[in-house]
Design a protein around this ligand. Sequence first.
Ligand SMILES: O=C(CO)[C@H](O)[C@H](O)COP(=O)(O)O
Length: 212
Amino acid sequence: MSANEKKLAGEAAIRYVEDGAIVGVGTGSTVAFFIDALADLKDRIQGAVSSSEQSTAHLKRLGIPVLDLNATGRLTLYVDGADECDPHKRLIKGGGAALTREKIIAEASDKFVCIIDSSKQVPLLGKFPLPIEVIPMARSLIGREIVKRGGNPVWRDGVVTDNGNWVIDVHGWQITDPVALENDLNQLPGIVTVGLFARRPANVVLVGDKEI
Ligand SMILES: O=C(CO)[C@H](O)[C@H](O)COP(=O)(O)O
């Protein structure tokens, strides 16, 4: 992991921000560099839609208006980090437990610019444990479904998401068909969000300041 590459990536994403835009903003240490850089443009944008209480606090602290996605309609740009990224720009996200709002904003955006350091690039997704946000009463049910599928579910004990839910991290999956796994898990009652971004991958990936 390289903090310098994260900073370069966060700052490089600024070139995708157009005058007058409402910018979708993800969560995490890489995005924090993007928010810092976005503050310099705050008089040229309408504001941001935030994916977490953490990013909302950061945006507001720097004087960037935080807008409600219900009022903005579709966004032209979403900028967020990732925990893993494969060669098809499919991602694992949710290390910061913000996956649900992140996935909503990604879906509502025309362009998803993903900002990472080179340690996040992998040939196959799954070395990073796959985060799944679950309704608390379904934790054991979902755990058993994961075991049936060959995964090792670990409850992220003590973590409550911004939506009041819990997170299970799935270890031991080598994800050869991310779209199929995402679709399969999306069918299970009690799962709120799977941290696989395969149906809706990133459009652009910046590794440091280099677009791949
Ligand atoms: O998905 C996320 C939060 O839910 C983050 O984008 C992901 O965890 C990467 O974080 P960082 O930029 O701190 O490495």
